[in-house]
Design a protein around this ligand. Structure first.
Ligand code: ADP
Ligand code: MG
Length: 265
C-alpha cells in the first residue's frame, strides 16, 4: 500500500495540503504543513498534544481559513470553500468531541446526516421539495442499512441522549458516511471508548476501507490502535509535518521519540 509520495499521480491523491499556516494571535498552530493522502489508504496522523492535529482537520474541512497555503480534494482547490461545499467534494470529518444530538432519536440524527458540516438535512442536497417524501424513505432505508453495518440498528428509536459514549461514536461514524464521502477524517475515534468497542471500530473502519473504497485520515492518541490500523502514519510536531512513514519507521524514528518526550514536559 505504501508508495513514494513524490511519485503519486493526481488521481491517486484524494487529499493534498500545500504549505498550510494558521495562527491564533501570536500562536502558530499550523506551520507550512504539506502532506498527501493516497486514495485507498488508512492514513494515521499522530503528534503530541497541541501539535496542531485538530487545527489541521479544521483547515482541510473548511471550518478554519488558513493564513497561507492550499487544500485540494480530488484535485479541486477547496481552500476557500465552506464546510458543506468541501463535503460535496467528497471530504467528511468527525469531531474530537462528538456533537450533541439533543432531542433527536438515532433515526432523526441519521436523517440529518453529517451536520453541521452540511449545515442542514441531507435531503435537500439531492432532490427538489416535491420529491422529499420518496427521498426520505430511501434515505431511511440507507440509514437502517448503515446502522446494521455498525451493529446498532436496534437503537434506531432510542433518544440519542440515552446512548452510551461508545454508541454515540458509532452513530457518529454511521452519520458521517450517509453522503458516501471519498475520504473520512476521524478525530480520535476511540478516545474514551472501551477496548472491545475500540476493536469493533477498528474492524468497521477496515471493512469500509476494503469494501467501499473509503479512504481514511485518522487522528488518534491510542498508539497500539493507530499503529495496527494505519499505513502510512504522518507525524505532526509544533504545527508542521515531522515525518511520514510506515508504522515501523515511525516507531523507530528518533525525531518522533524526541517530539513525544519534549511534548511530555
Ligand atoms: N480556536 C483556537 N483559538 C486559539 N488557539 C487555538 C485554537 N485552536 C487551537 N489552538 C491552539 O493551537 C495549538 C494546536 O492545537 P490543536 O490543533 O488542538 O492540537 P492537537 O489536536 O494536536 O492537540 C494549541 O496550542 C492550541 O491551544
Ligand atoms: Mg486535537
Amino acid at each position: 500500500m505504501k508508495h513514494d509520495g513524490a511519485n503519486l499521480s493526481k488521481d491517486d491523491v484524494v487529499l493534498e495540503t500545500q504549505g498550510l499556516r494558521k495562527t491564533f494571535g501570536g500562536l502558530v498552530a499550523t506551520d507550512d504543513a504539506s502532506f498527501q493522502v493516497e486514495r485507498g489508504t488508512i492514513t494515521g496522523m499522530i503528534g503530541p498534544n497541541g501539535a496542531g492535529k485538530s487545527t489541521l482537520f479544521n483547515l482541510v474541512s473548511g471550518f478554519y481559513e488558513p493564513d497561507e497555503g492550499q487544500v485540494f480534494v480530488n484535485g479541486t482547490d477547496v481552500t476557500d470553500m465552506p464546510p458543506h461545499e468541501v463535503a460535496h467534494e467528497g471530504l467528511i470529518r468527525t469531531f474530537q468531541t462528538p456533537r450533541k444530538l439533543e432531542g433527536m432519536t438515532v433515526r432523526e440524527a441519521m436523517l440529518v446526516g453529517p451536520n453541521p458540516q452540511l449545515g442542514e438535512s441531507v435531503i435537500p442536497l439531492f432532490t427538489s421539495p416535491g420529491k422529499v417524501q420518496q427521498e426520505e424513505s430511501e434515505l431511511l432505508a440507507h440509514a437502517e442499512e448503515l446502522l446494521e453495518r455498525f451493529e446498532i440498528d436496534h437503537l434506531i428509536d432510542q433518544p440519542s441522549t440515552d446512548l452510551s459514549g461508545g454508541q454515540l461514536k458509532l452513530v457518529e461514524l454511521a452519520r458521517a458516511i450517509t453522503t458516501e464521502p471519498d475520504i473520512l477524517l476521524l478525530d480520535e475515534p476511540v478516545a474514551g471508548v472501551n477496548p472491545t468497542l475500540a476493536n469493533d471500530i477498528k474492524r468497521f473502519i477496515r471493512t469500509l476501507n476494503e469494501e467501499e473504497d473509503l479512504t481514511f485520515l485518522i487522528i488518534e492518541h491510542d498508539m497500539p490502535f493507530i499503529m495496527d490500523l494505519a499505513d502510512p502514519v504522518i507525524v505532526l510536531d509544533q504545527g508542521h509535518v515531522l515525518m511520514e512513514g510506515t508504522p515501523e519507521e515511525v516507531k523507530n524514528d528518533s525525531r518522533v521519540i524526541d517530539a513525544y518526550l519534549g511534548g511530555a514536559e
